[in-house]
Design a protein around this ligand. Sequence first.
Ligand code: DC
Length: 228
Amino acid sequence: MSQKQPVITIDGASGTGKGVVSQLVAKQLGWQLLDSGALYRVLALAAQKHGVALDNEPSLAILAEHLDVQFVATETGMPPEVLLESEDVTDVIRTEKMGNAASKVSVFPSVRQALLSRQRTFQEPPGLVADGRDMGTVVFPDAELKIFLIASPEERAERRYNQLKEKGINVNLSDLIQELYERDKRDQERPVAPLKPADDAICIDTDHLTIEEVVGAILSEWRRYGAT
Ligand code: DC
């Protein structure tokens, strides 16, 4: 690749809507999409499959280095299918259990390092929307536009609850609030690449906005960037 492709990073905690917002922004622009959380989720699943404990950093790093994961494009704008060792794990990785396991494996510096170059390979023409926790701070520090989505804990728990219910996954709202609290704390307090806005990120409070309004706000920031 001779020319650097533009990148929009969209970071934020679980339940801020960044997954669906990132998909829609990528669809509108016709750009590539990196769902970095899916990589950590697949790694957690691979650890479970191969009997690697979630606190065994050296083995997790080796597993991350050799992770046989593929994102297979489906309909344009729809999330890709995720394959682990050729097996379709698209739905399996979406449970809260897998989100928490992903948060646990993601605290280790060598695991994050092992996934770094793989994430950067997504920067392909005509541009990339990168969704995660450290897209703007670590993985794509030179991104043209950095967005950080925020929402109150109550709002996020309710959104996650509705999302999971829609998928037919049964959860208890108070357990979900507790798990969300623990996951946020772990993601924010880890020493390497913690969840936080980049210094040059634009923070958008999504509490009283619809998904479409958040997407619209990001696209108008992008147009404004293009105009400068
Ligand atoms: O975005 P998500 O809920 O799918 O992410 C699952 C976990 O993976 C999240 O709790 C922390 C970790 N993660 C990370 O450490 N860095 C990223 N860029 C994306 C996710």
